[in-house]
Design a binder for this molecule. Structure first.
Ligand code: FAD
Length: 446
């Protein structure tokens, strides 16, 4: 009935139905298989219909039909999320938005952009480059992820060392949103009105366009630095963000991870026992950085301007790409995400003492409420749910703030508490609770 109504309303809409089961399955899934907890929860869930919309009007047509017929609707960008954010738990329609991809405006004075939600982030940056501007924050999936999916489902990544996280005030200036109702509204929300839709997994509105600040485009230099001693590498990683050297990313890989990581063309493989610090640094740091690192035991192994090296960009060895590369070679591993308490070494040593080589350390420098901090995305050997629960409890006991990637709802993967504004936005923009059902705990518990 829904498919017939959609075709009647707009014959230009592209539909994928049960006659294309493999495509429907693909459009119903993402990268949640990083979590052995999530796989059984999501594996049999799929949409009955996927719809590709290319215009805001088409989004409104789909929202109206779902609103009238009370059909669940889950929005999908590129489907690169790690927590099954775009898996339709209640079936229904998956609305794929990669065709909604125009850069509508870039203000010459302020650099503020308005961009449609399905635009790939790398493609947006390509259009901004001739204007000397760039997006502030990007996931390591920047080449394949959409800007709407990043804001609705991501949190931070490259650039978080300078600009903090997506939900920090100033990183999202406004949204254009289609509501899910029999007669959908097209709203333009300011920064305050947009906040409850930021990182809400598309549970409280369909984002059709975003207003975002940009930053000056910098020809970032990619640097790979080797350390023999973990303590010295960790000390350098903790101290570097407090200098005046401008960095866009800093990742530290413990030796066993570095030994198995792929590297950009021309970068030597890591020697046995070599820990590696990966940096994206401004060109004007280069006069100081090598000697600053050498004084702390770091040896520059490779350097190349971003965008000009062959093979993998350094960016794709960081954040959850580290997990991707490791899992491609090693069965039976998953990961965790946490903000480490300071001093980091005490927490890491306590975790090492109890969990040994079941945890391999991968750290990322970030800015948290204005201060430089180290986040960790350790690789974790999977030993079952009880062991995971004990590890999470131990991390919390030590003062780490865990962002659990093995849970279904927005709240459980974040601060753990219900955000009343997110729930209120859902009541206002999705009163029948049809958007991405099952992902907002505050709505389920209301
Ligand atoms: P999707 O996966 O398609 O969607 C994500 C969520 O947003 C879903 O809940 C979906 O329903 C919702 N959504 C999508 N579009 C809209 C819309 N227009 N309106 C409303 N809701 C919408 N994440 C990070 O934050 N930082 C990283 O560095 C990072 N690195 C990663 C590395 C790897 C190898 C992988 C596999 C994942 C990584 N991720 C990271 C997770 C993910 O890639 C990013 O969050 C990415 O930005 C998601 O974009 P997407 O277009 O794929 O979104």
């Amino acid at each position: 009935e829904l498919a017939a109504e959609l075709v009647h309303q707009d014959p230009g809409l592209e539909l994928v139905g049960p006659d294309q089961p493999a495509e429907l399955q693909r459009l119903s899934h993402d990268f949640h298989d990083y979590s052995p907890v999530l796989v059984p929860l999501f594996q049999d869930r799929r949409a009955q219909l996927a719809v590709r919309a290319r215009t805001v009007e088409q989004v409104q047509v789909v929202a109206a039909a779902c609103g009238r017929l009370a059909v669940p609707l889950t929005v999908r960008g590129a489907g690169t999320g790690n927590y099954g954010q775009c898996v339709p738990l209640a079936g229904g329609v998956v609305l794929e938005l990669t065709g909604l991809d125009r850069l509508r405006a870039c203000d010459a004075e302020t650099g503020v952009v308005e961009v449609e939600a399905g635009a790939l982030m790398a493609a947006v940056d390509q259009q901004l480059a001739p204007r000397g501007r760039a997006l502030r924050l990007m996931p390591s999936t920047y080449r394949s992820a959409t800007i709407g999916g990043f804001v609705a489902g991501g949190s931070g990544g490259i650039g978080s060392l300078r600009w903090g996280f997506l939900r920090d005030p100033g990183n999202l200036l406004g949204l254009e949103v289609v509501t899910l109702e029999p007669e959908p509204r097209l709203l333009r929300l300011d920064a305050t009105g947009s906040a409850p839709l930021n990182h809400a997994y598309g549970t409280n509105g369909i984002l059709t366009a975003l207003r975002l600040p940009t930053t000056e485009a910098v020809p970032w230099q990619q640097l790979v630095v080797g350390f023999d001693a973990w303590d010295r590498a960790l000390a350098a990683a903790a101290a570097l963000p407090a200098t005046a050297l401008v960095l866009n990313a800093l990742s530290l890989l413990e030796a066993p991870i570095a030994a198995r990581s792929p590297w950009p063309a021309g970068c030597p493989a890591a020697a046995a026992g070599e820990h590696r610090l990966l940096l994206l640094a401004a060109p004007d740091t280069l006069e100081v950085l090598p000697s600053w690192l050498a004084e702390r035991g770091g040896i520059l192994r490779w350097q190349a301007p971003q965008g000009q090296s062959r093979g993998l960009p350094l960016r794709e060895l960081t954040w959850n790409h580290t997990t991707l590369h490791w899992r491609a070679q090693q069965a039976g591993w998953t990961y965790l995400q946490m903000l480490l308490p300071q001093p980091e070494a005490a927490c890491l040593n306590a975790l090492r003492a109890r969990w040994g080589e079941d945890l391999l350390w991968h750290l990322e420098a970030v800015r948290q409420q204005g201060a430089a901090r180290l986040a960790a995305l350790p690789l974790l050997r999977w030993r079952g749910p009880e062991s995971l629960a004990a590890l999470l409890a131990h991390c919390r006991e030590l003062g780490a703030f865990v962002f659990n990637p093995h849970v279904v709802t927005v709240e459980d993967g974040g601060l753990g508490v219900v955000d009343a504004d997110q729930v209120a936005a859902k009541a206002a923009y999705d009163p029948a609770g049809l958007l991405n059902p099952g992902k907002l705990r505050g709505w389920l518990e209301r």
